[in-house]
Design a protein around this ligand. Structure first.
Ligand code: GTP
Ligand code: MG
Length: 277
C-alpha cells in the first residue's frame, strides 16, 4: 500500500486556507485598482459563500487579499478528516466558483487566463490556538493594508516612483504611516472602509447571537437556481421548497469587524464555545 494516511488529528479545529497563485501578476494583468479592488473582494466572497453552501461543517470563513480561510468544526468527520481531500475539494470548488462568477463582478473585463489557488489544511488543538490563527490573518490584513494605502498614496498622489515610496516607508511604524497619510494626503486611516482594514468574515447565520450589521450582496449565478425543465407545477413547488430549506440552512452573514479582540466572540458564544477546547 503506497497511499499515505493524512487524517487530521481528532478533536482539533480544522482550517483550510486557499491563496491565489501569483496574484501579484494576476492583479496587474487584470488591472486591479490599487491598493484594493472592490470587485475582486466581492468575487472572492461569492466564491467563499459557494464553499460554505457546499460544505456544511464549515462554521465561518475569513478572507483578505487573495486568501480565504475556512474553519471546520472540531467534531467534523467530513471526508474522514483527510487533509488532501479537504484541501483539494475546497480549493477546487473555490477556484471554479471564482471563475464561474467572474463576469458578474467584472462584466466589462475578460478573464485573461485561468487563475489557480493553492490550499492547505491545518489542525488547531484549541479555541485559543484557532483564535490566534484568525488574529494572525487579520493582523496581516491590517499591516499590509496600512502599508499599501501609504505606498499607493505616495505613488499615485505624491508622484513618487515605486522605489522612492519604498525608501520613504522603510523602517516606519504604524503611527508614522498614519501620520504620513494624514499630514500629506488628508487621509484618516481609521475612516478607510472597514472591508479593507478588517477583511471579510462569513459566519453561519444560525450561529450568530448579537445584532450585526450584515453587508448586503448580490446573488451568484447558479446559486440554488434549479433547472426545472419540463417539471409540473407540483414538482416545481417541491423543488422551490427544497431550495428555500437549503438556503436557510446554508445562510451566511458577511461582516467586516474586529476578530482579534474578545468582543465579537463573547457576544456570539455559539460560534466557538468558550468552554470547549
Ligand atoms: P503566491 O501566493 O506565493 O503565489 O504569490 P502572490 O503573488 O499571490 O502573492 P501573495 O499571495 O503574497 O499576495 C497577494 C498579492 O495579490 C498582493 O501582493 C497584491 O500584489 C495582489 N493583490 C491582492 N489583492 C489585491 C487588490 O485588491 N488590488 C491589487 N492591485 N492587488 C491585489
Ligand atoms: Mg497569493
Amino acid at each position: 500500500k503506497f497511499e499515505q494516511s493524512d487524517q487530521l488529528l481528532p478533536q482539533c479545529w480544522l482550517v483550510v486556507r486557499v491563496d491565489g497563485r501569483g496574484f501579484h501578476k494576476f492583479s496587474e494583468r487584470h488591472e486591479f485598482a490599487k491598493p484594493n479592488e472592490p470587485r475582486c473582494i466581492r468575487l472572492m466572497t461569492l466564491a467563499a459563500r459557494r464553499v460554505l453552501m457546499e460544505h456544511r461543517s464549515i462554521l465561518l470563513a475569513y478572507g483578505q487579499s487573495d486568501e480565504y480561510s475556512f474553519v471546520l468544526h472540531k467534531d467534523t468527520n467530513a471526508f474522514n478528516r483527510r487533509a488532501s481531500k479537504l484541501a483539494s475539494l475546497i480549493g477546487s470548488l473555490f477556484t471554479s466558483a471564482f471563475v464561474f462568477n467572474w463576469s458578474i463582478c467584472f462584466p466589462d473585463r475578460r478573464l485573461l487566463y485561468p487563475p489557480a489557488f493553492d490550499a492547505r489544511a491545518v489542525a488547531y488543538p484549541s479555541v485559543r490556538t484557532l483564535r490566534d490563527y484568525l488574529s494572525w490573518r487579520q493582523a496581516d490584513c491590517h499591516i499590509n493594508n496600512l502599508y499599501n494605502t501609504a505606498f499607493w498614496s505616495l505613488v499615485l498622489r505624491g508622484g513618487l516612483s515605486a522605489n522612492q515610496a519604498q525608501e520613504r516607508l522603510k523602517g516606519t511604524l504604524a503611527a508614522d504611516k498614519n501620520e504620513l497619510l494624514f499630514s500629506q494626503f488628508g487621509i484618516n486611516y481609521n475612516n478607510e472602509p472597514e472591508v479593507y482594514r478588517k477583511g471579510s468574515l462569513l459566519v453561519r447565520a444560525s450561529l450568530l447571537d448579537s445584532q450585526v450589521d450584515a453587508v448586503a450582496e448580490e446573488a451568484s449565478v447558479g446559486d440554488n437556481v434549479p433547472d426545472v425543465g419540463e417539471a409540473s407545477v407540483e414538482e416545481v413547488s417541491e423543488i422551490a421548497a427544497k431550495v428555500a430549506k437549503a438556503e436557510a440552512e446554508s445562510a451566511s452573514t458577511l461582516l467586516h469587524i474586529d476578530i482579534i479582540k474578545d468582543k465579537f466572540w463573547t457576544e456570539n458564544p455559539r460560534i466557538l464555545p468558550l468552554d470547549s477546547q
